[in-house]
Design a protein around this ligand. Structure first.
Ligand SMILES: [Ca+2]
Ligand SMILES: [Ca+2]
Length: 655
């Protein structure tokens, strides 16, 4: 009933806004947006691949850019949902919205991808492998997401082994006010708003969002005993201040806060249900950035200081089905980052970037589990590690069509010692045939996490190992991008290869050891086509092989094949229709439902979605989206639930 009410409310508000005067102004914006689409890909400015604003044409890496505005207009609420639209990575989630989400980029483990929010590293120091849980990040204030696959440690240091996911938020909005809301299946209601403007020369943007859903059962309801739905609420706020100090200097302030509560189950598979197992998450991120130009605009300095505080509490009291079982957990971490980046615009053709980065991570946790079998406590006392990195890079325009980026970096971790990494990326554009050839190679590393270094031994044996060394990898890729028929067709083909060594793996006898080796390789084929001015299609194929070389087994949860076909029909400026089909291939997982984990083959699945957007170019828009059209029954992680067919509707409004 609650959902129906919400849907009516959304439709009502939509009509009120539609009948308002604002809709009349929308038409003029049409041209600029079409212009933008024409310039797609090739003149886009990206920042992640060189730490500089650089046209995509000059980038030797296979960078993927997700424009968030487009996804928001369709009603998507989270960064995880946005990443799930790609065939470049695979997103796994232990249940519905709010459940732990990992992104497996180019077949690598999730902890081997570094996640940045406006340049701030957010991989969680208290997570056993310092991975980032993507489930709580809302799309509301995101401008775009840049994904830079491949070993990128020379740019960003530790953790950037399989690539970097950079979430770039909106800073200066054209709009003074925005409001968007959506309601739909599973009692989902999502609302976000922002205000922006200028006050005494200082630009500001403040935004807030609230997402709540009744959810699906985390332990899949396809198995016996799982009837209880697991809901999720998320309240997020973010702000940005921009203060120009004359024409050559500026200060920026960023903050982001999120508070989330996720209902959990005890495990996936049969009888995993638990009515009162829940997790509370609090995160605060802050950043101050100073930027100046000197020596006749030849020398740019960016000095930034940032921090991230994470706090997570798990609580699972006794209940009717588990009268003797209780769980309590507290996890805390903080991360500080200082970066001094210098860009020397030596000549028109060379930009030299060099700098120093200092980081400190701190974490502690306490976890208690009581059951009929006894009492188990895992206590991790507060531990700290620091690391210092120095980096240098030359981005060179060797001719009007040949670009080269070369970088070198040395990082020193307070416990694990030194890691030196390098990268080389080149891009060549053959004007005569509109063909871009690109190639890149690089090395990466990941310093051991605090838990891997210092987790105290238990009755069962050692865990942490203070003499661990950094994990290392090497990657290369080549690609081709062909533009045909005046950008009506763009085809991209990429091949990549990555080899990992010194991987930290847990051994029951000796705790964590640098013993693992793995290899991943694959192809990515993308075709963008605009056969008519009102039709746009995107075809994406990703093939990945990911192997554990130590045990000679496929890495878990990596589909060997993913394909996606997307069609967009825009009949007039007042409505467009979107339809997409995604096919995910077979992959291996572990089934824990019979005490001992057994390797199982997970079947492939097909998901179809459709979205109707009314007045997509207007200040006011209205959408209706249908997810999992065929009500496909599938699992991302063995035993965990996923939503079936669902319907959402909402509006967005700005002035
Ligand atoms: Ca449940
Ligand atoms: Ca319980």
């Amino acid at each position: 009933m609650k959902v129906k009410k919400s849907i009516f409310l959304v439709i009502f508000l939509s009509l009120v806004f539609f009948l308002g005067p604002n809709v009349l102004h929308g038409r003029q914006e049409k041209e600029t947006s079409q212009e933008k689409e024409k310039l797609k890909l090739h003149h886009e400015i990206v920042v992640t691949a060189t730490r500089l604003e650089t046209p995509a044409l000059e980038i030797g890496n296979a960078i993927v850019v997700i424009p968030a505005e487009e996804l928001r207009k369709q009603g998507l609420a989270t960064v995880a949902e946005a990443l799930a639209q790609l065939t470049h990575c695979f997103l796994t989630q232990n249940g519905g919205a709010g459940a732990a989400a990992s992104v497996l980029l180019r077949g690598a483990n999730s902890e081997h991808t570094l996640v940045l929010i406006d340049g701030v590293e957010v991989n969680d120091p208290v997570s056993p492998s310092r991975a980032y849980d993507l489930s709580h990040l809302l799309l509301a204030d995101v401008e775009r997401i840049e994904i830079l696959p491949g070993a990128q440690s020379p740019l960003y240091g530790s953790d950037a082994m399989a690539g970097v996911i950079h979430i770039i938020t909106k800073k200066r909005d054209l709009h003074r006010f925005t409001l968007a809301s959506e309601a739909g299946s599973f009692s989902t209601l999502h609302t976000n708003m922002s205000i922006g403007g200028k006050l005494k020369g200082i630009s500001y943007r403040l935004s807030g969002a609230r997402f709540q859903t009744g959810g699906v059962s985390a332990a899949s309801s396809f198995y016996a005993g799982n009837k209880e739905k697991d809901g999720y609420t998320n309240t997020s706020a973010s702000g940005h201040l921009f203060w120009p100090l004359g024409s050559q200097k500026e200060i920026e302030l960023n903050f982001r806060y999120l508070k989330a509560r996720t209902d959990l189950d005890n495990y996936g598979g049969p009888y995993g249900d638990d009515p009162n197992n829940q997790q509370d998450m609090d995160t605060f991120l802050g950043k101050v950035n100073y930027r100046s130009l000197s020596l006749g605009s030849r020398w740019e300095q960016r000095i930034s200081l940032s921090f991230v505080l994470n706090s997570r509490e798990n609580s699972n009291p006794e209940d009717a089905t588990h009268p003797a079982e209780r769980e309590e957990g507290r996890f805390k971490s903080c991360f500080f980052q200082f970066d001094w980046q210098n860009n020397w615009f030596l000549t028109e053709n060379h930009t030299l970037t060099f700098g120093v980065e200092q980081e400190q991570e701190e974490a502690e946790s306490d976890y208690l589990w009581l059951s009929a079998y006894g009492r188990d406590r895992s206590y991790f006392p507060a531990k700290k590690a620091t690391s210092t990195g120095i980096y240098i890079q030359d981005h060179a325009k060797l001719s009007s069509s040949f670009f080269l980026t070369a970088g070198l970096r040395a990082d020193h971790h307070s416990r694990a010692g030194l890691a030196v990494t390098y990268r080389l990326a080149q891009s060549y554009f053959l004007e005569a045939t509109s063909t871009k050839f690109r190639a890149s190679l690089g090395s990466g590393f990941k310093a051991p996490s605090l838990y891997q270094l210092y987790a105290p031994a238990t009755f069962w044996g050692p865990i942490g190992n203070a003499s661990l060394k950094p994990e290392k990898n090497f990657s290369w890729d080549i690609g081709l991008e062909q533009i045909l028929f005046h950008q009506r067709v763009i085809i991209q083909l990429n091949y990549f290869f990555m080899r990992f060594r010194n991987l930290i793996q847990f051994d029951y006898a000796s705790g964590y050891q640098n013993v693992g080796r793995a290899e991943t390789w694959g192809w990515q084929l993308e075709a963008y086509m605009k056969p008519f001015s009102f039709v746009r299609t995107n075809l994406n194929f990703g093939w990945v092989k990911a192997r554990d070389l130590t045990h000679q087994t496929p890495l878990l949860r990596r589909p060997d094949f993913q394909a996606k076909a997307e069609f967009e029909i825009k009949f007039s400026p007042s409505w467009k229709l979107l339809f997409s089909v995604t096919r995910v291939g077979e992959r291996e997982d572990i089934d824990y439902s019979n005490w001992i984990g057994v390797r199982v083959k997970m079947p492939g699945f097909t998901l179809a979605r459709a979205a109707l957007i009314l007045w997509p170019e207007n200040k006011f828009s209205f959408h209706l989206r249908l997810e999992n059209l065929t009500n496909c029954r599938y699992e991302l992680v063995k035993g965990y639930g996923t939503p079936g067919f669902s319907v959402y509707t909402g509006f967005a409004f700005s002035f």
